[in-house]
Write a protein that binds this ligand. Structure first.
Ligand SMILES: [Fe+2]
Length: 84
């Protein structure tokens, strides 16, 4: 399955952009999980420090994407504010 597989469908630009952002968010979350697994496995302290630094940067990327999605998807923003 290709990334952004729906981009050639008859979707408006905003819908395509939201799909790009959600796919990017998923990839950032997967990266955090991958870094976490490697941090747990490595016994090299210098490599562990680099991986932790990189993992923390991915968390910043998650925050940036969530903010963008909230700004561009009114329903998503609303449920962030109102969920139980
Ligand atoms: Fe990233």
């Amino acid at each position: 399955m290709a990334v952004d597989e729906h981009k050639d469908w008859k979707m408006d630009k905003k819908t395509v952009e939201l799909e790009f952002a959600r796919n990017s968010l998923r990839e950032e979350l997967e990266a955090i999980n991958n870094y976490g697994a490697r941090i747990a496995e490595t016994e090299n302290p210098e490599l562990k420090r680099v991986l932790i630094h990189n993992m923390d940067e991915e968390k910043e990327h998650v925050a940036m994407l969530v903010e963008w999605i909230r700004k561009n998807d009114a329903t998503q923003d609303k449920v962030f504010k109102e969920h139980d």
